[in-house]
Design a protein around this ligand. Structure first.
Ligand code: AKG
Ligand code: FE2
Length: 257
């Protein structure tokens, strides 16, 4: 059977070679079948992201211990003293034990994140207990959550402006689709106070949050309709004096593995 796309591929895909022999060949990323499947999967994912957006928004809004930062164009909440001083101290020691120079997903721009980072042991009973507390606060099925990441910033270190969610143009998009899909909510905890610098800045909505020990910050990387929210762009500003410790937990549109 003649491949319909092959006849137009020089126009649509430049000189990209594809092995497609037939429009229904699912193995070929350019076949009509593949394009159709990707479109359908993406619509389903948008629906799932809108749903998890709504679930978490309703749950957090009904919780008297949660404060919604009043912004029209970004859903962002804060909880003071989510972790106790003892828990923060224990968590900082855990971060020290796992933190290595950060690999980032920023590809060639490796300078995006200069802090030290590492996954905490998800089977550690103490970590499990705290993770359950975050899952329960959010009301998200624990299987959707990634392993908690710990980060430590020394003076001069930062995490430049970025999105936590993935973009289809990124080289790891396909791999992440298979590992649980798009990121929905981020929950980030500050473990200590920083003498100077280290704020989390959401530049597009003019929001700058200084680290407060034990506080949890939660934001939706998607808009209520389940599509990515450009206003969720944020940065960990350079630490000027002191050391900054944070924990980050990301949730996906499907179970993560
Ligand atoms: O350290 C911060 O304030 C931001 C961290 C962050 O954006 C992340 O871990 O994705
Ligand atoms: Fe981030």
């Amino acid at each position: 059977m003649e491949c319909l796309l092959k006849t137009t591929s020089s126009v649509r895909f430049g000189s990209i070679h594809h092995p497609c022999e037939c429009p229904a060949n699912e193995a070929c990323p350019f076949s009509i079948m593949s394009l159709f499947k990707r479109k359908a999967a993406s619509s389903l994912e948008t629906l799932a992201l809108a749903k998890v957006g709504e679930t978490v928004r309703k749950r957090l809004s009904a919780d008297p211990g949660v404060y919604r930062i009043p912004l029209d164009d970004l859903e962002i909440f804060g909880v003071a003293d989510f972790f106790s001083a003892e828990e923060c101290a224990k968590l900082m020691a855990i971060v020290d034990s796992v933190a290595r120079p950060s690999p980032t997903y920023s590809g060639t721009d490796a300078s995006g994140r200069t802090s030290y980072t590492g996954d905490v042991d998800p089977f550690d009973p103490f970590v499990l207990m705290l993770q359950r507390r975050i899952d329960d606060l959010m009301g998200i099925d624990p299987s959707f959550g990634e392993t908690i990441q710990g980060q430590r910033y020394a003076p001069g270190q930062e995490f430049r402006g970025h999105y936590d969610h993935f973009l289809p143009s990124q080289p790891f998009w396909d791999a992440e689709q298979k590992r649980g899909g798009q990121r929905s909510w981020t929950a980030m905890a500050y473990l200590n106070a920083v003498e100077e610098g280290g704020q989390t800045e959401f530049a597009r909505v003019n929001l700058s949050i200084p680290p407060q020990p034990g506080a949890l910050l939660i934001w939706n990387n998607m808009k209520p309709d389940g599509t990515p929210n450009a206003n969720a762009m944020h940065a960990g500003m350079p630490v000027v004096r002191g050391t900054k410790y944070v924990l980050t937990k990301w949730y996906r549109s499907r179970p993560w593995h």
